[in-house]
Design a protein around this ligand. Structure first.
Ligand code: ATP
Length: 524
């Protein structure tokens, strides 16, 4: 976590288990922000501690992984072009193809072919032994992420490696499962592709797309005066908005938006990462006409396809499986009783034309998750929350990109939380951002989620704000990003590896070196 010291994540208490169909809470813990639950200083996490506090020694993990590598060592080829994909037919091909076909937007990615090639050549499923781990990119609450090269193909991936024993002992299995399940759903230009998941005896590994440009937190710090221009910020938030819209349509509430989780791809476009704190609801869309709206009052959200004939006034109501978890509330604030689901539904819209609205605004969770400066007031108050929390964090995110700081940061986490709930939004003195930017931020940072921009019609409502007036939503993927990272050169890692090897290894050939997975791990 690149900014762990500034924005620590608050995670679910270990006794809280979120599943996709329902939320069950074994106990109803009360959180006292002033005591041991939020341990120590401002930078500590609520719930599970970060790696440094976990007692988990990642150096040891690496060494253990090396042993697994040695067992499953595979021979190397020089490049993917040496592989004959057509000949790579085996029992895995059909299942593999079905994975590719379920991701039509990413289907042409050559990395699918590289994987298929290796599997076809060597048979069997992918395993750790098929990869060279070049660099540890970072670590989070549930595992470490490595830059991994699929041996003999030159294809690079980000591999998240999670110690299964640690997941069990720290009660993180559900979080890991959430992340994996959500990743496997995604097929969007601004969201990560999950290429594969495999398990070894000790580790659970997710093979994802690698982003070489770092994250928006680092990029922001490199800007003059440590904030983005309005034009650059508009580009990044527009792409994030499309990613959130897609997630919401898939029934996923992201819940952890912050610059550290927005990665920059090689081409300068963005990719949202880190889904282990996300909430997923299942949706079973059913058709109803608008005058049946009242019959849908128990639904969690309403989808109104934009292409339908306005005269017909059809809308699709999607009803996620309902869940209303046992209330769990922080003791910092008195929680108001959670409103019933029926009270929150509002089918009336002032717009005469039908619009696409696909938001699980009624998906409810009582989990206390997120990052202090980004937490929505309803989460802190323990009122329960839905997809509107993403619009709150979206407002904080835009504010931070434009000003270089978040609006409610206090001297410590406790003060920050009080500020979020009780302080009015203020812009820094001399803030030179446009009226439209301020107005959008004001609309998003409304403390009552029901009055917040995006509550009624989701991303559609936000996209129509004047701040986005000239954004061509359909073509944003083809827009030139404000900054394009320097081309990524994997040779740098090979070079570093060579120079790091003990002298008795230096006389060996490259292939000998690269086939020594222990050394790869030892180095990192
Ligand atoms: N696909 C990727 N490409 C490049 N770097 C990545 C990728 N995914 C994650 N990283 C980097 O690896 C680090 C760890 O990521 P990970 O998602 O495990 O945890 P996190 O976001 O730091 O925290 P947590 O999971 O605890 O919320 C991050 O710093 C991130 O920048």
């Amino acid at each position: 976590m690149s900014k762990a010291s500034e924005n620590s994540s608050i995670t679910e208490p270990s006794s809280l288990q979120v599943s996709f169909h329902e939320i069950s809470i074994n106990t109803s813990p009360s959180i006292d922000f002033g005591s041991s639950t939020v341990t120590g200083s401002d930078n500590t996490s609520l719930g599970s501690p970060k790696m440094s506090e976990s007692g988990m020694d990642f150096k040891n993990v690496d060494v253990i992984e090396c042993e697994e590598f040695e067992e499953s060592e595979k021979s190397s080829f020089s490049s993917v072009s040496n592989c004959n994909v057509v000949e790579a037919r085996d029992v895995h091909e059909s299942s593999f193809r079905s994975v590719c076909l379920s991701k039509p937007h990413k289907g042409n990615d050559v990395r699918w072919d590289a994987i298929q090639c290796v599997q076809g050549r060597e048979g069997g499923e992918l395993g750790l032994g098929h990869f060279r781990l070049l660099k540890k990119l970072g670590f989070g609450d549930i595992g470490s992420v490595y830059l991994a090269e699929l041996r003999s193909t030159g294809s690079l991936f980000a591999m998240k490696v999670m110690d299964k024993g640690m997941l069990v002992s720290r009660k993180k299995v559900a979080r890991a499962q959430t992340e994996r399940d959500i990743l496997s759903l995604l097929d969007h230009p601004f969201l990560p592709t999950l290429y594969s998941h495999f398990e070894t005896e000790k580790f659970s590994c997710l093979l994802m797309e690698f982003c070489s440009g770092g994250d928006l937190h680092l990029l922001r710090q490199r800007q003059p005066r440590k904030h983005f221009s309005e034009q650059a910020a508009r580009f990044y938030v527009s792409e994030v908005l499309l990613a959130l819209e897609y997630l919401h349509m898939m029934g996923v509430v992201y819940r952890d938006l912050k610059p550290e989780n927005v990665l920059v791809r090689e081409d300068g476009h963005i990719m949202l990462s880190d889904f282990d704190l996300s909430l997923r609801s299942f949706v079973s869309p059913t058709l109803l006409t608008s005058n049946q709206g009242s019959s849908c009052t128990n639904s969690s959200y309403c989808i109104q396809p934009s292409c339908i004939d306005p005269a017909c006034k059809l809308s699709v109501c999607a009803q996620p499986s309902c869940y209303q978890p046992t209330c769990f509330k922080p003791s910092l604030f008195n929680s108001k009783p959670t409103k019933s689901r029926t009270e929150r539904i509002n089918f009336s819209t002032s717009d005469s034309l039908p619009v696409l609205v696909a938001e699980p605004t009624e998906a409810r969770s009582m989990s206390f998750v997120g990052t202090h400066e980004y937490l929505a007031p309803e989460i802190i108050r323990g009122d329960g929350h839905g997809s509107s929390v993403d619009w709150w964090t979206f407002g904080i995110f835009l504010y931070e990109l434009l000003h270089g700081k978040t609006p409610f940061k206090g001297n410590g986490n406790r003060e920050t939380l009080f500020n979020v709930v009780g302080n009015p939004l203020k812009f820094p003195e001399g803030s030179s951002i446009s009226f439209a930017a301020k107005d959008l931020i004001r609309g998003l940072l409304v403390k009552d989620p029901k009055k917040r921009l995006g509550f009624k019609r989701g991303a559609t409502e936000i996209k129509q704000h004047p701040f986005f007036e000239n954004v061509n939503w359909a073509l944003i993927r083809s827009t030139t990003p404000p900054q394009i990272p320097k081309p990524f050169d994997v040779a740098v890692f090979n070079q570093t590896l060579k120079s790091s090897l003990p002298s008795n290894h230096k006389s060996g050939s490259d292939s000998e070196r690269s086939s020594g997975p222990y050394l790869d791990f030892e180095f990192f």
